[in-house]
Design a protein around this ligand. Structure first.
Ligand SMILES: NC(=O)C1=CN([C@@H]2O[C@H](COP(=O)(O)OP(=O)(O)OC[C@H]3O[C@@H](n4cnc5c(N)ncnc54)[C@H](OP(=O)(O)O)[C@@H]3O)[C@@H](O)[C@H]2O)C=CC1
Ligand SMILES: O=C(O)C1=N[C@H](C(=O)O)C[C@H](O)C1
Length: 264
């Protein structure tokens, strides 16, 4: 059994991770952390009866007391780097789904992993459908280089654009480079009308109640468009990826960025 601590245990993703880890025969929840801890038993959060694992609010203390091998983090962009540092410096391998990490943050984690010989997995999206959407987009852009991205999420999401949209744009740009699209004299009558931009790719962010996590990658060519769309209609969609990462993390080497790199 791999000993797992869940950070962000009361969050939308944290609760789902607790359920998935609890159900997995190779994983065991030994610790849980959230800011607003009222020292509940995790079994009460997931409706599984008493487990004896209590939600704490001090990550270092919970690590000390519960000796996890893996920390799963779904918290927020402000909290995540500190959690990663605490985990790695205590010999605990972080599996991170929290988005909003910068290139500098990733480099810091890479360096920490190398220095401590503790492994880490960070993925902006843990659903297989989203990984396939990105892979297919990299294929499509070879033939249809003009592309825009629309991501649609629930209205409680903090970061925009989504980590998935940024990663998709990065992966597309690795294949096609930076390309100038649209009319050279185009202008915005309202600031932001054309969305944000990464490597010449426009990214549009929609936030509404009713959505979970969705993305369209739209390619345009002469007389035609191609749309690759992925929908996470429930947060269960991320769980096979998260539990796989918890198992693979002990045998990788250093930092792995992107679920796609542990699938093959
Ligand atoms: N990679 C992937 O596949 C996916 C990634 N995500 C990402 O995961 C993150 C979490 O999403 P979601 O569950 O919807 O967010 P929520 O806001 O529902 O959950 C985050 C939880 O973490 C808690 N928290 C905040 N700071 C800390 C801290 N320092 N230590 C412990 N807990 C803390 C929050 O408490 P409080 O509310 O009091 O602040 C909250 O309970 C986001 O960055 C999101 O983009 C989401 C889905 C899939
Ligand atoms: O906040 C979310 O919900 C999600 N966040 C991730 C992102 O920013 O891409 C993954 C997924 O889209 C859900």
């Amino acid at each position: 059994m791999i000993r797992v601590l869940v950070c962000g245990a009361y969050g939308k993703m944290g609760r789902e991770v607790l359920k998935a880890v609890h159900k997995d025969e190779h994983l065991s929840i030994v610790g849980a952390v959230d800011l607003k801890s009222d020292f509940n038993d995790v079994g009460d959060i997931i409706g599984a009866g008493k487990t004896g694992v209590i939600v704490g609010n001090d990550l270092s203390m919970v690590i000390n007391e519960t000796k996890p091998q893996v920390m799963v983090d779904f918290t927020n962009p402000e909290a995540v780097m500190n959690n990663i540092r605490i985990a790695i410096n205590n010999g605990v391998c972080p599996v991170v789904g929290t988005t909003g990490l910068s290139e500098e943050d990733l480099q810091e984690v890479r360096d920490l992993c190398e220095y401590t010989k503790v492994n880490a997995i960070i993925s902006p999206n843990f659903s297989i459908g989203a990984i396939l959407m990105m892979r297919l987009a990299q294929e499509a852009v070879k033939y249809l280089p003009q592309v825009e991205i629309i991501e649609l999420h629930h209205d409680q999401k903090l970061d925009a654009p989504s980590g998935t949209a940024l990663r998709t744009a990065e992966l597309i740009a690795q294949v096609r480079g930076t390309l100038r699209q649209g009319h050279p004299d185009e202008f915005e009558k309202l600031a932001g009308a054309r969305g944000s931009e990464l490597a010449g790719i426009r990214v549009h962010s929609v936030r509404l109640p009713g959505y979970v996590a969705h993305q369209e990658v739209i390619f345009g060519g002469l007389g035609q468009t191609l749309t690759i769309r992925h929908d996470s209609i429930s947060r269960e969609s991320f769980m096979p990826g998260v539990t796989l990462a918890c198992k693979r993390i002990l045998t990788i080497d250093g930092l792995v960025y992107g679920l796609e790199n542990i699938l093959d």
